[in-house]
Design a protein around this ligand. Structure first.
Ligand SMILES: Nc1ncnc2c1ncn2[C@@H]1O[C@H](COP(=O)(O)OP(=O)(O)OP(=O)(O)O)[C@@H](O)[C@H]1O
Ligand SMILES: [Mg+2]
Ligand SMILES: [Zn+2]
Length: 385
């Protein structure tokens, strides 16, 4: 069999197989069950979270020999043809390329033909924000009074660019970014099927790097499998994610806690020389601080700490050396820096400033320490005149 990238090989084939889009799946299956399928749907949401997959499953649900059904069989001629993109009545169009007014006119003309195999015709138009107003106008009439056999699914990552006249003629579904745990679960099962043993921390790091996109997560997994021949090495993962080495992150945090400004800035410089982007380094430092806070608040048995694979010798040392109040304050400054980066401030400069501020926090005394001192003062009695 030809090599198929993971993201395509593991495309979900049933409604329950689509991770993290339960509301959409439930609403669509209810519509099928109660025979109230609308003529036009608009699927919006970030890249790689299941819009096209859901559209194809929906097509199968309607066209399947057993259907309309909420559980398409996957093996009848309709299901098979939809899976491999050859069903004559299920037309998938990439509106980013096929978007001239003439293209859309041809499509609108075709739309009136009766289905040739299935009981309906379904047009899936992807990237519809690329359609011009003139192109939409050529489609509006069919959209307004569609023939009974016709269904449309529009998909876009940029719903703001879709005309209000179109929006008001569609049922809209907002697909969400996929939760970290859902991505990890999926990656774990794919890795198992592929015969690849991946530790939980590796799975979590991959999932987090994907930022809520399932396709991105699977593409990263593909790349990781490609570079690691005999098991996954940490440096492969770092290289893939553009991340700093664990020991470099730990050295930076040590300098920050100890108030060694010059050393902290040197570590920034050397990781930057190694090609690590300031934003990635910042994420890693924040993770480390998060680990310290978890360790200080919940102890070594914190499930989150174990799951994220944050527990290291250095982390334990840092958690011991740095009072919880100070860890919290450092974390706040780092998160503030992360927010500033989202607003497009020069990342390197911002990170440097933050490191200087942190390393100058000095020895913030812990609350326990202060309480003890108060108690000592009180037991010593009132000051003598
Ligand atoms: N919710 C999901 N559950 C399981 N796998 C998913 C999910 N979303 C995406 N994937 C995986 O990512 C691949 C691409 O997904 P899909 O084409 O449905 O994304 P999309 O939302 O249409 O993205 P785009 O906006 O880029 O077109 C699928 O083949 C599948 O492997
Ligand atoms: Mg798509
Ligand atoms: Zn079928």
């Amino acid at each position: 069999m030809d090599y198929l990238v993971i993201a395509r090989k593991y495309r979900p084939q049933t409604f329950s197989d689509v991770a993290g889009q339960d509301v959409v799946a439930r609403t669509l299956t209810n519509a099928i069950r109660s025979n109230r399928v609308a003529h036009a749907y608009l699927f919006t949401g970030p890249r790689g979270v299941g819009k096209t997959s859901m559209a194809r499953i929906f097509a199968k649900a309607l066209a399947c020999e057993q259907g309309p059904t909420t559980e398409p069989c996957g093996v009848c001629q309709h299901c098979m043809m939809i899976t491999n993109g050859s069903h004559p009545d299920v037309v998938e169009i990439d509106a980013a390329r096929f978007n001239s007014v003439d293209d859309i006119r041809t499509l609108a003309d075709q739309a009136s033909f009766a289905p040739s195999l299935a009981r309906m015709r379904l047009f899936i138009l992807d990237e519809v924000h690329m359609l011009s107003n003139a192109a939409w106008n050529a489609l509006l009439k069919v959209l307004e009074e569609p023939p009974a056999h016709l269904r449309f699914i529009f998909a876009t990552t940029e719903v703001d660019r879709v005309l209000p006249t179109v929006l008001s003629r569609c049922q809209r579904f907002d697909f969400r970014s996929i939760a970290l745990d859902d991505i990890v679960k999926r990656l774990r099962s794919i890795a198992e099927t592929e015969g690849m043993a991946l530790s939980e921390p590796v799975l979590y790091r991959l999932a987090r790097a994907a930022g809520g996109g399932m396709r991105d997560a699977q593409t990263l997994l593909d790349q990781l499998i490609a570079v690691s021949e005999n098991g996954v090495r940490e440096e492969d993962l770092n290289l893939l994610l553009g991340a700093a080495r664990g020991e470099d992150v730990e050295a930076l945090v040590s300098a920050l806690i100890a108030g060694q400004t010059a050393q902290a800035l040197e570590h920034l410089e050397s990781t930057s020389q190694a090609g690590v982007a300031p934003a990635s380094l910042l994420d890693q430092v924040i993770d480390h601080l998060r680990g310290m806070l978890l360790l200080q608040a919940c102890g070594r048995d914190s499930p989150a700490l174990r799951r994220l694979g944050l527990l290291t010798e250095a982390l334990e040392r840092h958690a011991k050396d740095c009072p919880p109040e100070k860890s919290l304050r450092i974390c706040q400054l780092l998160v503030g820096c992360q927010q500033a980066l989202r607003h497009g401030v020069d990342p390197r400069l911002q990170l440097e400033l933050t490191c200087v501020r942190i390393s100058r926090l000095g020895q913030l005394a812990g609350i326990d320490d202060l309480l003890k001192r108060l108690e000592r003062l009180e037991s010593a009695g009132p000051p003598r005149p």
